[in-house]
Structures are given as C-alpha cells and as structure tokens.
Ligand binder design. Structure first.
Ligand code: NAD
Ligand code: ZN
Length: 359
C-alpha cells in the first residue's frame, strides 16, 4: 500500500514554504526542488554517516531534473558543528561557483541542517536552503522554524542566523537506518509537543508508541502533526520573544541533566526526563491537576525514554543556574498545567531549587 504525502504549509514574515512528509520521497528530490524555484545549481551538504546511504539517490535525482550538482560531506557528529567545518562548507560552495541563484540542500540530521543552513544564510549574504532532514529530531524540530547555528568552544549554538527554508522534504523511510537510540531521541521532543499542545496526539503515542518499524503512514501522520504544532508556535513568535519559549518545556531541567552528563546522554532523552521532573513538581505544587504527571511518565516510558535521572538535585540546580546566578533574577520556567496546556512562570532561584527537590 502506498503512503500518501502530507503537506504542512508554513507562513512566516520572510517566506512561505511547504514541509512535505512522505515515504520514499528522496528519489523525487530533483522534481520537488525544481518546483520550489528556478535555481542555477544545487549544493548538497551531508555527513559521513548519511552520505553513503542517501547522497547518490539525492544527487541522481537532482541531476535528472537538470541541476548542476556538487556536494560537501562533513564529519558526522555535534563536535564537528564548529567554525572549521562551517569554513570547509563555505569554501566548497565558493569553489563550486555557487551564485545568489543557487540552492543549498541540507541532507542529514540537525547538525547538518544547522550548519548548512547557516552557510546558506552567510554565503553572498544569504542564498536559499532546502532542508532534507534524516533523523526524527530534525524532521519534527530543527528543520522547521528557521534557526541555524554552529557551536563555539565556549558553548553550543552561539553563532547563527535566522533563515527560513524554501522547502522541507521529510522522507520517513530514512528513519529505518537510524541507530535505535538516535531514533528514540526524537521522541522526547514529540512527547513534549503533545504535552504542549495536543492531548489527542499524546494519548495516541501512549497507546501506540512510535517505532522505526511502525507503519509508514503512522510515521507520516505523527511527523506531519508535530511539524504543524511547531509551525503554530513558531508562527506566533518567529523571532523568539514570547510564545516560542514554550517550546522549552522540559528543557530547564533537561539541559541541566544533559550538561551534568557531560553531553553523553541524548538531548531528547534529557528533555523527556526533564519534562517528567517538572511535571511531578508542578503537580505537587498544585499548579497542575492530580494524575497529570503519571500520564506523562507513562507516555515517556512507552517510547523507551527515561522519566528520571540519578544526577543529584544539587548538581542539577548548579547546572540549571550556571549562567543565571550572576544575574540573580531567576528563570522563566515552562510549566505544564494539563495535557495540552502550559504556562510560563518566572521563578526565583529559591523556587527553582524547590522544584528540583520536588521532582
Ligand atoms: N535549529 C533548530 O531549531 C534546532 C532544534 C533542535 C536541535 N537542533 C540541533 O540539532 C542537532 C541535533 O540533531 P540530530 O539529533 O538530528 O543529530 P545529528 O545530526 O548529529 O544526527 C545524529 C546521528 O545520526 C546520523 N544520521 C542522521 N540521519 C541518519 C540516517 N537516516 N540513518 C543513519 N544515520 C543517520 C548522523 O550522522 C549522526 O551520527 C544539535 O546540533 C542541535 O543543536 C537545532
Ligand atoms: Zn530540544
């Protein structure tokens, strides 16, 4: 049975674009890019894990559609999301003779998407980028919203730009080749989206957890649905002044767990645990209805993700307040107030300590 492609249309102040979510879309890349714009050349950026699996398919399709195509393959992994790799990509683009009418195609997970997007935003003061996300996280999170970045030695995502993509092509068949831990890492953000905005999706995930061998039409449905949730939040606040901060649900404690683990735990695993922690505390403080946190724990467990951490509360507090202490002003915390609703609360550092104790 063939799986139909779903289209999520995204409107932003700088550009309108489609996110196509389907099964076996990569072979149609050329035709889809052709429809998206009259580009004089395509430059595919990928990494050393993704390129051997999918680069030929994408290049063949682009060339069949008449695009002069060149590519850059960078070392896989977050530790290569740096200035050196960024420079290599830009030099490759210049050597390939890209013009302002060329397009960059980011073929890979969030690391490739962020770096290729930032390279596109910088080259000749900005050319277009098409995102072809190949991890679950990049499909439901990083490829949508227009944020691009690289890391500096002092911290993650410290340099970047906003560049909305011209098109996003999410082919769920790529999820089959992910390592299991990388696949489920994306589920952390998906459960977060459910708690943030969609009780029906949340319940569906609890009863039918997403798996790599789930029916492709279920994968397409869940990915497209998540894209539309992120689209709605980002659309209300493109430059991250207000509502977009609600996407940080689970991230205050999640980031603290991630940092305390020395970044050995996946981001989505940490967000899942952080989400459960803040939910338990919110319930104990009477900010959320009884029973909510048990439901969140059950959904997170069903996806194979952790609901707790064995990192000490003191260490979590130290990490969560790492750069806040000097300002002493507390933090903006996203608090779940039910399944499908959240509120922002400004909490003092003392209150944050209490929340971590209660979690
Ligand atoms: N721009 C944003 O809004 C935003 C949002 C969230 C996260 N991010 C960024 O995204 C990055 C994390 O993204 P990620 O989790 O996709 O990590 P990633 O890009 O490092 O991919 C994870 C691993 O899977 C491999 N891989 C990718 N696709 C594959 C496939 N189909 N088959 C086999 N292997 C594959 C990669 O080579 C890598 O080893 C971080 O740098 C984070 O800062 C950005
Ligand atoms: Zn996140």
């Amino acid at each position: 049975m063939s799986t139909s492609t779903q289209t999520v249309h995204v409107h932003t102040t700088s550009r309108d674009y489609d996110v196509l979510v389907g099964n076996n879309l990569l072979a149609q890349t050329g035709a889809l890019v052709r429809k998206a714009g009259a580009f004089d050349a395509a430059f595919v950026v990928s990494d050393t894990n993704v390129a051997p699996l999918y680069l030929d398919r994408v290049r063949t399709s682009l060339e069949a559609a008449g695009f002069a195509t060149q590519s850059a393959v960078v070392e896989a992994g977050e530790r290569h999301k740096n200035l050196a790799t960024f420079g290599t990509i830009l030099e490759g683009m210049a050597r390939a003779g890209l013009t302002r009418d060329s397009v960059v195609i980011a073929l890979g997970g969030g690391v490739v998407g962020d770096m290729a997007g930032f390279a596109a935003a910088s080259y000749m003061r900005g050319i277009q980028v098409i995102q072809v996300p190949t991890t679950l996280l990049s499909m439901v999170d990083s490829s949508v919203g227009g944020k691009t970045a690289i890391d500096l030695s002092c911290g993650k995502n410290l340099v970047g730009a906003f560049l909305q993509p011209t098109l996003v092509i999410a082919d769920v068949s790529c999820l089959m080749t992910l390592e299991h831990e990388v696949f489920i890492d994306g589920l952390g953000e998906i459960v977060k989206h459910g708690v943030l905005a969609d009780e029906e999706l949340f319940d569906q995930l609890t009863h039918s957890p997403l798996r790599q061998d789930s029916d492709p039409s279920y994968l397409v449905h869940v990915v497209a649905h998540n894209v539309s949730i992120k689209r709605d939040v980002v659309g209300a606040d493109e430059q991250e002044h207000g509502v977009r901060q609600t996407l940080n649900l689970g991230h205050t404690i999640g980031h603290a767990i991630e940092a305390a683990s020395g970044y050995t735990l996946g981001h989505g695993h940490c967000v899942a645990a952080g989400l459960c922690c803040v939910s338990r505390a919110a319930e104990k403080l009477g900010w959320a209805p009884a029973g909510m946190s048990a439901r969140i724990d059950a959904c997170v467990t069903a996806q194979g993700l952790p609901t707790t951490t064995d990192i000490s509360t003191g260490e979590l507090f130290a990490q969560a307040t790492h750069d806040k202490k000097r300002h002493g002003s507390g933090v903006n915390l996203v608090v779940p107030t039910g399944i499908g609703s959240v509120e922002m609360r400004h909490v003092s550092l003392d209150e944050l300590a209490q929340i971590i104790e209660l979690s």
